[in-house]
Design a protein around this ligand. Structure first.
Ligand code: DX5
Ligand code: ZN
Length: 219
């Protein structure tokens, strides 16, 4: 499956060597650099902010796929765009006006992604499908790496895939959480085009990265 993109989540990398990790995962074949931003309020964990994105940007020429798990969102769009984000994805529960947030992300020069938690109704997505560039289906509850894939999300990925194809919109379908060599082929079969993987890409250290990515891509 050559069209599948792999987006390693740097949440699973060695933060003490972050720049080198981003360079190593890029050389290993990553398509996107997936950056998980958490605020300790929208999700029960705190990770990194725009200054870190800016610091690691020179270490990779790949697409910076910034996943905001923060509330509010709009206040921080400009800062992440300036720091080097190419795609900015947010959760509709994080603010009262998701369509306004999509507009703000595009005005900042980035592609806009909408992320659906495992229990977010798909009705939240449909009115925005023609206005966004990416849908991010969470196959775990957001907040932590290393969780188990939630099976019920496969049927939702299939439903979204059908709708994207029926409407003929140019929208990537990305899946995030618990992606490994067993779940990756199932997510691809359901219609995903981008796989986020933290644990499965960074396991084994830099010498294993290329093999990890190739295995996920070929799944
Ligand atoms: C969870 C994050 C994911 C996470 C994926 O809130 O959005 O990107 O880091 O980690 P794994 O691949 O280990 O499930
Ligand atoms: Zn993520």
């Amino acid at each position: 499956m050559s069209g599948i993109k792999i987006a390693p989540s740097i949440l699973a990398s060695d933060f003490a060597r972050l720049g080198e990790e981003v360079r190593a995962i890029t050389e290993a074949g990553a398509d996107y650099i997936h950056v998980d931003v958490m605020d300790g309020h929208f999700v029960p964990n705190i990770t990194i902010g725009p200054d870190i994105v800016k610091a690691i940007k020179p270490y990779s020429d790949r697409i910076f796929d910034v996943h905001l798990m923060i509330s509010p969102v709009d206040l921080y769009i400009e800062a992440f765009a300036k720091a080097g984000a190419d795609i900015i994805t947010f959760h509709p529960e994080a603010g009262p006006h998701p369509h306004r947030t999509v507009q703000a992300i595009r005005q900042a020069g980035c592609k806009a992604g909408l992320s659906l938690n495992p229990a977010t109704p798909l009705e939240t997505l449909w009115p925005l499908l023609g206005d966004i560039d990416l849908v991010l289906v969470m196959s775990v509850n957001p907040g932590f790496g290393g969780q188990s894939f939630i099976e019920s999300q496969l049927a939702r990925i299939e439903t979204i895939r059908k709708r994207i194809d029926a409407e003929g919109v140019n929208v990537e379908l990305e899946v995030d959480g618990g992606i490994n060599f067993e779940t990756a082929p199932r997510a691809i079969a359901a219609g995903a085009t981008v796989l986020v993987a933290g644990t499965a890409t960074f396991k084994g250290g830099p010498s294993a990265y290329a093999q990890n990515i190739a295995a996920l891509r070929g799944a």
